[in-house]
Design a protein around this ligand. Structure first.
Ligand SMILES: Nc1ncnc2c1ncn2[C@@H]1O[C@H](COP(=O)(O)OP(=O)(O)O)[C@@H](O)[C@H]1O
Ligand SMILES: [Mg+2]
Length: 235
């Protein structure tokens, strides 16, 4: 569905991604794990057109995404929930959701999609009038995810959703990811919590120093060995 071929990208003179090949299958959840600085966030930003590739190709259903700008990506069905659970702090939960309905052809479905978001995230319904800046980290993450879903993405890219959250909230976030996958959303999950990531993923990539160092079906990955590899590589 989403294919990345020989992708090279970085920041000015500093190259970060070195000829990465990744393939994200439709309606599956693919996780990308790897130590800090591996280039995982840079990869997601490059897919979104936030970082320009210097080489290689990104295609969605066989069509190159090169001509689309970041703000056109939602209309192409690709949405990024960035790391750091960025919300509009001075807006209510519901106003944050409305901000997610910016693609023109999704605006008509806004009311329905808000209801759908509240079904997925009942906590947000309770807090619909509350300022997003007053939410807990877990709730802010839910707002960021629910806002992304307002564009009805076919591909959801999500960067470190569980970072710094309490285990019970992490569980809740992963239950929602599982639900979205079952609804047919193609998900690319960058995650440090390899245990949880493996429990929902069909496929696992490990990145290190801007390169893909492992590519396996999740069912074939032994989490203990994965950790060994992770730390061996980190040294
Ligand atoms: N805006 C930026 N400008 C320059 N270098 C950056 C920028 N963002 C990230 N980097 C560098 O790119 C490398 C990969 O970072 P990143 O993609 O954030 O990795 P990860 O998400 O796997 O932790 C790191 O060496 C980081 O310092
Ligand atoms: Mg990152």
């Amino acid at each position: 569905m989403l294919e990345i071929r020989k992708l090279r990208a970085g920041y000015g003179a500093i190259n970060v991604l070195w000829d990465v090949d990744l393939s994200f299958a439709e309606k599956q959840l693919t996780t990308i794990v790897g130590p800090n600085g591996a280039g995982k966030s840079t990869l997601l930003k490059t897919i979104m057109g936030l970082v320009p590739p210097s080489q290689g190709e990104i295609t969605l259903r066989g069509q190159s995404l090169a001509q689309y700008r970041t703000w056109d990506m939602a209309e192409q069905g690709v949405v990024l929930v960035p790391e750091g659970r960025l919300v509009f702090r001075d807006m209510s939960v519901e106003e944050n959701l409305i901000m997610g309905a910016f693609p023109k052809q999704k605006r008509g479905a806004m009311t329905r999609n808000i209801e759908r978001a509240y079904e997925l995230f009942p906590r947000l319904k309770e807090r619909r009038k509350q300022l997003a800046g007053s939410l807990s980290g877990g709730e802010a993450q839910m707002v960021a995810m629910a806002r992304g879903m307002m564009a009805e993405p076919r591909v959801l890219l999500i960067d470190e959703p569980s970072l710094g959250l309490a285990p019970v909230i992490v569980q809740e976030i992963f239950n929602i990811l599982r639900k979205l996958k079952n609804e047919g959303v193609t998900i690319v999950l960058v995650e440090q919590n390899t245990h949880m990531a493996l429990s929902v993923a069909e496929r696992v990539y490990m990145m290190r120093s801007g390169r893909v160092v492992m590519d396996k079906p999740a069912a074939e990955v032994d989490v203990t060995k994965l950790h060994d590899l992770y730390f061996a590589l980190e040294g």
